[in-house]
Design a protein around this ligand. Sequence first.
Ligand code: CA
Length: 336
Amino acid sequence: MKTRNAGTPSNSSLTERAIVIAHRGASGYLPEHTLVGKALAYGLGADYLEQDVVATRDAELIVLHDLHLDDVSDVAQRFSGRHRSDGLHYAIDFDLAELRQLTLFERRTPGAGTAKYPRRFPAGIGVARIATLDEELRLIQGLNQSTGRAVGIYSEIKDPRWHREQGVDLTRLVLAKLRVFGYTRPEHAAFVQCFDANELLRVHDELGCELRLIQLVGTEPAYAELLTPAGLTRVARYAFGLGPSHRQLVADNDGRPGITMLTTHARELGLRLHPYTFRREDLPRYVTTLEQLLEVFLGQARVDGVFCDFPDVAVRVRDSLRGLMNLAPSGGNKAQ
Ligand code: CA
């Protein structure tokens, strides 16, 4: 198994400019994780399209954010009585042929039945079916051929420990599928992301995956140890980068942005930074628009990528900042 020293880019050309990752597709405009939403994100100029991946009962892989289907589909109406004791309908309790019958909708607030983001796509209009990982990768590779672009994939292994408790080794299935589609090498336009640090370590050390790995982290206490300098040093041994909440990289200091020590520490270790989630509906106090927030991260904090629900906005801000930097005498080169 090859190892990568922290701070040594496997392919610097891929990190010369910040990448725009379409978060669950163009989810600000069309229901998340639908093929129409992915095609729109592609057309809006995203560099990478995100896939959250979960397994079905017959061990097929589908693109879905939650382990259950309740907040984005008509599963409760169509499969009444198939819920677990918590009232939720889990993808892994259904065969793919059953899941194909569902209609996907704009995300609803859990339990409330109303749209989580009321100004987005109308909640009552079903526009798509669940897509398999296979279908989504075919769409992206097909568009790459027809457009001549090289848009990448950014796959998340969703809760591998839970899947294992259900009898499925989700990680092996995902990596096998990516291999089938030719994603095997660090220079390929593919990332694998996961919140589970033990699992990402396994991906790197045991499963021989050479793709670039992104360690997702959150603000929960469970990540505190991982985010210490010692913890980050361990992460840098197997991961290409870190995917934190943007609030972990730039804090709200009485209404002004303040770059955190986590940003500094991660950079010193050569970890790239791909914060989530940039959306109009969730802005910190130090900005009033999504554009301003993106300027803080792409222009000041100089992150290496952003997960954005509105990929066209991130592309526009990124490219206008790059235009300004190229005019500056210093050149503004952020390649690491
Ligand atoms: Ca995700």
